[in-house]
Design a binder for this molecule. Structure first.
Ligand SMILES: C[S@@+](CC[C@H](N)C(=O)[O-])C[C@H]1O[C@@H](n2cnc3c(N)ncnc32)[C@H](O)[C@@H]1O
Length: 248
């Protein structure tokens, strides 16, 4: 969404992005501030990985994951490790266990692009007008501009009824109380005249009714088909309906 807006709407003069995941935000910041150093850090990962057979790759992946979870790394190293893990783990998932350690297993790929210098440099170019912040989403209210504000929210997905229980982006999780709190926050933003759009899974209540249509009563809804690669079952991985909730 960010890169779509940046490339399709060059007249936008300011964008703010926010996430609570510090390493994710550091990765964006490094691409913005010092893409050359990120490329330098990522290149050895790629060179080494390409020389290994599958068993060796698996072993290397778990070594890097262990280091990421336990070693004292610099902020820039953490960003590079995260990108390596994201490109070589199972389905590009991000998930933490109860103690805050990244716990996604090894993924099997032929030639994953670990150091895509061309893309990093292109992203660096467009990130110049982006303010990158890390923290709870509620703080973004202090970053609202004076005029027109459009806000896109991409919160943790609510599990589909009867599907796997994946919403562990971080050790704190994001359950129904947090979804309700986010809805209250959306009402506040609406009250301040912001236009907002939020996406989530097409999740249902126990009685089969739509969870988000019930929660966001009075908002506008669209169902969209989104390609989903994050599913343990290949047959469920094709396309899933998601909801797009808007206040306009
Ligand atoms: C569906 S993912 C979206 C990821 C992001 N849009 C991207 O593409 O990189 C949900 C994100 O919500 C973030 N998150 C969870 N709780 C949050 C909170 N209280 N405030 C801000 N971000 C939060 C997670 O860290 C996760 O990255």
């Amino acid at each position: 969404m960010l890169f779509h807006m940046l490339t399709r709407h060059p007249n936008i003069h300011r964008i703010v992005i926010n996430d609570i995941n510090m390493d994710l935000i550091r990765s964006y910041q490094l691409v913005k501030d010092n893409p050359e150093s990120l490329i330098e850090l990522l290149r050895p990962f790629e060179q080494k990985y390409y020389k290994l057979n599958e068993d060796e790759r698996r072993q290397y992946f778990y070594e890097v994951r262990h280091e990421y979870n336990t070693s004292l790394l610099t902020e820039n190293q953490r960003a590079a490790y995260l990108i390596f893990l994201n490109h070589t783990c199972f389905n590009g998932l991000y998930r933490e266990n109860g103690s805050g350690s990244f716990n996604v297993p090894f993924g099997r790929y032929k030639k994953p692009k670990i150091c895509n210098a061309e893309v990093i440099m292109a992203d660096h170019e467009v990130l110049t007008k982006v303010d990158i912040i890390c923290g709870d989403y509620k703080h973004i209210i202090s970053h609202l501009g004076k005029g027109y504000n459009f806000i896109y929210l991409d919160p943790p997905y609510r599990p589909l009824m009867g599907s796997c229980n994946f919403n562990q982006y971080s050790k704190s999780g994001f359950g129904d109380p947090e979804q309700v709190e986010l809805k209250t926050f959306c009402d506040r933003l609406t009250g301040r005249g912001c236009h907002l759009m939020l996406s989530n899974s097409d999740s249902t209540n126990a009685d089969g009714t739509s969870y988000f249509e019930t929660l966001y009563e009075g908002y506008f809804f669209e169902k969209i088909l989104a390609p989903r690669f994050i599913n343990a079952y290949a047959e469920k991985r094709k396309k899933q309906t998601e909801v797009l909730i808007k206040n306009y």
